[in-house]
Design a protein around this ligand. Structure first.
Ligand code: BV8
Length: 267
């Protein structure tokens, strides 16, 4: 990480001056907690599921063709979510939210995530927009009635809803529209933001991958924190190569040093 110390310093200064920050995260932020990403399913995957392509399974077509397989895949994914903990990258984003909203206003920070795992909330983030839904709520395919995961029994697959349909996770599958409210909250946050950070995402899934360009067109500075290069790496104002579990804590520490504020004790 030594090679991006200068960039961390530069972005930390931007964070000190920013009036409103939007952070977009992807599966890479949860990788250090032990959850497989979409592009590296074998990493933290398991023998059974790592041979499936998540991009093929996370579709309405796959669920309609084989509801048992897709339901079992989400059942495996949420059991993994329950087994893992937020990592230092999640905690750093929670700390940054508290620091910025206390220094300025509640709207000084918005976290927009593509992740459905709920680890940001467990890591202390409160202002979270779940652009692609959540694995922690399921709904009946017939009535649309939602239930928390804890109220869904997985004693057989697929799961009958009891109202003539099946239970499916409240996630956005490929080919499905994103939730109106999440889109509206994201657009409002982009309208007021002057600093946009893209963290742990391959920037390949639309429309999430276009948010950085929307922010730039609206006058925001743009930053990428990612382990590998992506289609936006050459187009952002600052690119910090590396893992978010190291870079985000270092960035928040440096921001507070520059602002002269003691770090908020991690709750
Ligand atoms: C829609 C939920 C329209 C489910 C997911 C243009 C405009 C609009 C749509 C499209 C378009 N072009 C194409 C489309 C269709 C499609 C799409 O984008 N296809 C892609 C493949 C081209 N988009 C859609 O279908 C969207 N719907 O637009 O609907 C519509 C309108 C009206 C009516 C009907 C329809 C819906 C997209 C959402 C799909 N659902 N997830 C679930 O999770 O099971 S997407 C899912 O995959 C994730 O949510 C995420 O968004 C995506 C994976 O991306 P990443 O999060 O970036 O993860 P990935 O593994 O790819 O990358 C990880 C990165 O982390 C890597 O770069 C790696 O280097 C890095 N990394 C790894 N470890 C670390 C790290 N970085 C830092 N630290 C580390 N430790």
């Amino acid at each position: 990480m030594a090679d991006c110390a200068g960039e961390i310093d530069r972005v930390a200064r931007w964070l000190c001056e920013a009036k409103s920050v939007v952070v977009l995260t992807g599966a890479g932020v949860s990788a250090e907690s032990g959850l497989a990403t979409f592009r590296d399913p074998s990493e933290h995957g398991d023998a059974l599921w790592s041979k499936y392509d998540p991009m093929e399974l996370a579709t309405i077509g796959a669920f309609e063709r084989d509801p048992e397989l897709v339901t079992r895949w989400y059942h495996w994914r949420f059991t993994k979510c329950a087994e893992v903990e937020p990592n230092p990258g999640h905690h750093a984003l929670g700390e940054l939210e508290r620091w910025l909203t206390q220094r300025r206003s509640p709207e000084a920070f918005t976290l927009v995530t593509q992740n459905i795992d709920g680890l940001h909330q467990r890591g202390g983030s409160r202002r979270v927009v779940e652009l692609h839904g959540t694995i922690h709520t399921w709904r009946c395919t017939k009535t649309g009635r939602e239930r928390p995961l804890a109220d869904v029994s997985f004693d057989r697959f697929p799961v009958a809803s009891g109202h003539g349909g099946m239970m499916r996770p409240c996630v956005v599958w490929f080919g499905e529209a994103l939730p109106e409210e999440a889109l509206a909250l994201t657009d409002a946050a982009l309208e007021r933001c002057d600093l946009f950070l893209s963290v742990g995402t391959s920037s390949t899934v639309q429309p999430a991958a276009s948010l950085v360009e929307v922010a730039r067109q609206r006058g925001a500075k743009t930053v990428e924190i990612n382990r590998d290069a992506t289609p936006i790496t050459d187009h952002v104002d600052a690119a910090l190569p590396g893992v978010s579990g190291e870079i985000l804590p270092a960035l928040v520490r440096r921001t507070k040093e520059l602002a002269g504020t003691p770090p908020i004790a991690d709750t």
